[in-house]
Design a protein around this ligand. Structure first.
Ligand SMILES: Nc1ncnc2c1ncn2[C@@H]1O[C@H](COP(=O)(O)OP(=O)(O)OP(=O)(O)O)[C@@H](O)[C@H]1O
Length: 263
């Protein structure tokens, strides 16, 4: 075995994920064309019965190891968030298997925060939800707020979350989750928000989490964040894993793909 090879934390083995949307009005226009492309014979019956299916992830396999920070890239709708949710155990797979070591924590911009409660209450409840004890939350509270930068322009932490911009809310979410060590931390776009100094703090924290032998996944449209944070990148396109390799190699191909238009 290679000296650098550490223990696997996530194994994704030939995974397919299909969304089924129940409703009326299916089977018209471009939706039909898209459906016909993505569904097999077995599911045409469902389509006729008004069940729309979206084959969001197709035959994806990879193994993640301790200490790795892995970027997930791909154009809109390519299946990045879907794959992350499945690794977090929040979505069932249609085919294949996902093994994870411990309970992965998903940190997304859509993660549940209670808008009518203050930032402070959300930090305390969010910390508990992340598995910290009451004492740990109390001990880390000041650091979490400082890390988030929420109070830089006033005492926002005592105001309800609904008064926050989406960037502030995303920063607070990241700060709560980052206050704890995770075996597997899944981050969806958190770093795309926030100013440069918050991004720098986040990147430094991700490096720390990696030192504590965790694995970090980062979904982002910000190639610079990916470059600064990740040593390996998975590129998904239309649900398929198009490339898996060192960050520089994958980003080079991806930038050629996105920057090159049709050519
Ligand atoms: N809850 C859902 N129900 C039905 N289809 C969905 C659902 N969520 C996502 N999809 C579809 O699955 C496909 C993959 O979506 P996903 O959000 O995983 O892509 P993404 O790469 O994260 O996109 P983006 O970069 O735009 O955030 C898309 O075609 C999307 O429309």
């Amino acid at each position: 075995m290679a000296e650098t090879e550490t223990a696997p934390t996530v194994i994704v083995d030939q995974v397919d994920i299909v969304y089924r949307v129940h409703g009326t009005g299916a089977g018209r226009g471009t939706a039909t064309a898209a459906l016909n492309r993505i569904i097999g014979g077995r599911r045409r019956t469902e389509a006729r019965a008004g069940v729309r299916t979206v084959h969001a992830v197709k035959n994806v396999s990879f193994t993640a190891r301790k200490g790795e920070a892995i970027g997930l890239i791909g154009t809109n709708g390519s299946g990045k968030s879907t794959l992350l949710k499945a690794v977090a155990g929040l979505l069932p797979v249609e085919r294949g298997r996902i093994f994870t070591d411990g309970q992965p924590s998903l940190l997304g911009v859509n993660a549940a925060m209670m808008n009518d409660l203050t930032g402070e209450r959300n930090v305390r409840l969010g910390g508990l939800a992340m598995g910290m004890s009451r004492e740990q939350v109390a001990e880390r509270y000041d650091d979490i707020v400082e890390f988030s930068g929420i109070n830089e322009k006033g005492d926002f932490i005592t105001l309800p979350m609904r008064t926050y911009s989406s960037g502030m809310a995303a920063r607070l979410r990241f700060s709560i989750a980052a206050a704890k060590d995770h075996d597997v931390l899944l981050i969806d776009e958190a770093l795309a928000t926030g100013d440069r100094s918050f991004q720098k703090r986040s990147e430094a924290r991700i490096r720390e989490l990696r030192k504590h032998a965790g694995t970090v996944f980062l979904v982002s449209h910000n190639n610079k964040s990916i470059r600064d944070t990740c040593d390996r990148v998975l590129w998904l396109e239309r649900g398929e894993l198009r490339m898996d390799g060192p960050t520089a190699d994958v980003l080079k191909e991806y930038e050629r793909f996105t920057g090159g238009g049709k050519g």
